[in-house]
Design a protein around this ligand. Structure first.
Ligand code: ADP
Ligand code: MG
Length: 657
């Protein structure tokens, strides 16, 4: 198929509009995905991990400080002292209620802390032998501990506990996350629920500076131990901070996938997680199996995990170590992660938007181009049709293109041109008609001249005979009258022929014998031939054709006069007519100047003439007439290359003339 203008336009528009747009879209998308989305989110993750780690650290710090404060309270060593003194029988004189005054006060204080401060589940005060002196008696809800739990606490010895040994050595201590045997699980139905886990804090109780008993100053008298419920730590992970931070990624109606976790200092054991069923799982082991995360977390203090897959989601996450055990912390690793889906959500939305916009631009561009193309091509098609009509000869055709652009100008130019062509052709036709008339007039003049010559000669002869008183005058006069009569009737014939020819006569075909017609034409020109010294020879077989006598006579007259005109110094003109099968063939051979071969091709064109008085129409008309009669006419060199032979071949007609 041809490449249409519309196709080209379309391609051009696509190249000019859509490609740059696509490029822009790609560029924007890359920028969004790379810098705007991912980098922003990753840095945020890092920041949030650090924030979270700091919050957890502060909590731990606060618990450390609180227990130290509590252990330094005089109530503690006085309660221990009271217990000693009771044991040694020193207090036997006191009433039973007063014997336990200090311990009851301490229990009150422990209970007060549990109800006043969130997170504490149990306080213990033990003496230097690891025996319980006092413990809180309420749970975190403010209700009392079950009597059997209290009895159990009382019956235990704490001598072997790590925290007790540390206190004995004068150190505060922390017990990492564990399920405490001291209290029944708060949520027995869900063993991995955060509130079933605890962390422990302990501090030594020391006898203060004592001036009365200087030997007791600074002596280790016992320890305070507190259990903090693990849900306090889990709550930090669940704080709205984390979700809120990434809300912008997903919009107001959805929850961002971000969540946090806490790992033990081995960077492997999960202590806290948004999904509590993962409590206690190992990161590097099945079912989690992400050892590269453990490695990353061990490799530095604060950073990003390598991108990973978990639960069928691609994720990115950051971590931050909390203070080490030696530094008053637990050495936990706090992590924060988010699904890539969320990170790239806005990119996805942007991509969808760009995709739709691209489609829309494409659609609009294509439609618009098609409209433009149609508007452009339609006038061009109209022009093409116009040109085809003009080429087909319809000079009346006008093209109507109303557009004011170049095509419109072209259409106007074409219309002007066609108009000029039309006028030109009218002029041409007029000129042609004139020429045709001149040729006709010339022939008629020639036709008329032929009979006039014998009339003139006979009259001259008659005149001379009368003047000479020729005895044969009578017979000469008779002869003259006869000739004049014959020639006059001939003239009449010519004139009627002529008027018949000029009238709009219809073609009038009849079966006629060509031989007498040729004889007649030769007779007509006999006098002319004689004056030139041309020998007329004829061998004419009777040959019937169907044709118009008058037209054929014109043709023959012209052919004979062409031949005579070619022989100004005499020669031979031979006319041969024969029937050759289904055709009648006339050969007119002269010994004249001949026709150069290169000219021969043009002879039958109208207005081709080598004569100053010629019209150049004779052979053109002859060809037209002969062809109208179903025949052919050709012009060749004469015998031995001398002169010219004109051959007319017509279909033979059966039947008599
Ligand atoms: P015209 O006779 O008016 O010149 P024609 O169409 O009859 O026009 O002839 C065209 C030309 O053909 C003549 O001018 C002449 O040069 C050439 N021609 C025609 N017949 C002959 C012939 N028998 N011999 C030589 N030339 C001829
Ligand atoms: Mg001629």
């Amino acid at each position: 198929m041809i490449r249409r203008i519309s196709t080209k336009l379309l391609l051009a528009v696509l190249a000019a509009v859509v490609l740059p747009f696509l490029g822009f879209a790609l560029f924007v998308e890359n920028q969004m995905a790379g810098r705007l989305s991912k980098d922003v989110v990753l840095y945020s993750l890092k920041g949030i991990a650090a924030d979270l780690a700091l919050r957890v650290e502060r909590d731990v710090e606060e618990w450390n400080a609180s227990i130290a404060l509590l252990a330094a309270d005089p109530g503690c060593y006085l309660a221990v002292d009271e217990a000693w003194r009771e044991e040694s029988g020193e207090l036997e004189r006191e009433a039973p209620a007063e014997r336990r005054l200090m311990r009851r006060t301490q229990i009150e204080q422990f209970n007060h802390w549990i109800s006043a401060r969130r997170g504490y589940d149990l306080f213990l005060l033990v003496d230097a032998q690891g025996r319980l002196v006092a413990s809180s008696t309420v749970g975190s809800s403010g209700l009392g501990l079950a009597p059997e739990v209290s009895a159990e606490l009382q019956a235990r010895t704490y001598e072997r506990e790590v925290w007790f040994e540390a206190a004995k050595a004068g150190r505060a201590h922390r017990v990492d996350q564990h399920t405490s045997p001291l209290l029944p699980p708060r949520n027995a139905a869900a063993p991995r629920s955060p509130e079933n886990f605890h962390i422990g804090f302990s501090a030594p109780v020391v006898w203060p500076e004592d001036e009365l008993q200087p030997e007791l100053s600074g002596v280790f008298v016992g320890a305070v131990f507190a259990l903090v419920n693990w849900s306090r730590v889990q709550d930090e992970l669940n704080s709205p901070l984390l979700k809120e931070y990434f809300q912008g990624l997903v919009g107001p109606d959805e929850f961002p996938s971000a969540y946090g976790w806490v790992w033990k200092s081995d960077a492997d054991t999960i202590l806290a997680h948004a999904r509590t069923e993962l409590y206690g799982e190992r990161v590097s082991q099945p079912p989690i199996s992400l050892p590269q995360m453990t490695q990353a977390a061990l490799a530095s203090d604060w950073g990003l995990y390598p991108e990973y897959s978990f639960d069928g989601e691609r994720k990115n996450a950051a971590f931050k170590h909390t203070r080490s055990f030696d530094d008053g912390g637990f050495g936990w690793i706090v992590g924060v992660g988010i699904d890539n889906d969320d990170i790239f959500r806005s990119v996805g939305e942007l991509r969808a938007l760009l995709f739709k916009a691209t489609l829309a631009v494409l659609l609009v561009a294509v439609l618009w181009t098609m409209v433009i193309a149609r508007r452009t091509t339609q006038p061009i098609l109209a022009l093409r049709e116009h040109v085809q009509r003009v080429a087909g000869g319809d000079l009346q055709a006008r093209v109507s293109v109303s557009s004011g652009d170049e095509v419109g100008e072209l259409a106007q130019a074409l219309n002007r041109m066609t108009e000029e062509l039309e006028h030109g052709r009218e002029g041409l036709i007029r000129a042609q008609k004139e020429l045709a008339w001149r040729e006709m007039a010339r022939q008629v003049a020639h036709d008329i001249k032929n009979p006039l010559t014998p009339i003139q000669l006979s009259i001259d002869l008659c005149k001379r005979a009368k003047a000479e008183r020729n005895p044969q005058f009578e017979s000469i006069l008779d002869q003259t009258l006869q000739i004049v009569g014959r020639q006059v009737s001939h003239l009449r014939e010519i004139s009627s022929d002529f008027s018949a020819l000029t009238g709009a006569r219809k073609e009038n075909f009849e079966v006629l014998d060509l031989a007498p017609l040729i004889g007649e034409v030769l007779d007509l020109d006999a006098a002319w031939a004689q004056s030139l010294g041309v020998d007329l020879r004829r061998s004419l077989e009777p040959a019937n054709v169907r044709g118009d006598r008058l037209l054929l006579r014109r043709v023959l007259l012209n052919l004979v006069s062409n031949a005579l005109e070619a022989m100004p110094k005499g020669g031979v003109l031979e006319a041969r007519l024969r029937v050759d099968g289904a055709r009648v063939v006339l050969d007119l051979t002269d010994s004249g100047v001949g026709v150069p071969a290169e000219v021969r091709a043009h002879l039958f064109e109208p207005y081709f003439t080598t004569r100053s008085t010629g019209t150049g129409l004779g052979l053109a008309i002859a060809k037209r007439v002969v062809e109208d009669h179903g025949g052919t006419i050709e012009l060749a060199a004469g015998e031995n290359g001398v002169g010219t032979r004109v051959r007319v071949s017509l279909p033979a007609a059966g039947g008599a003339a």
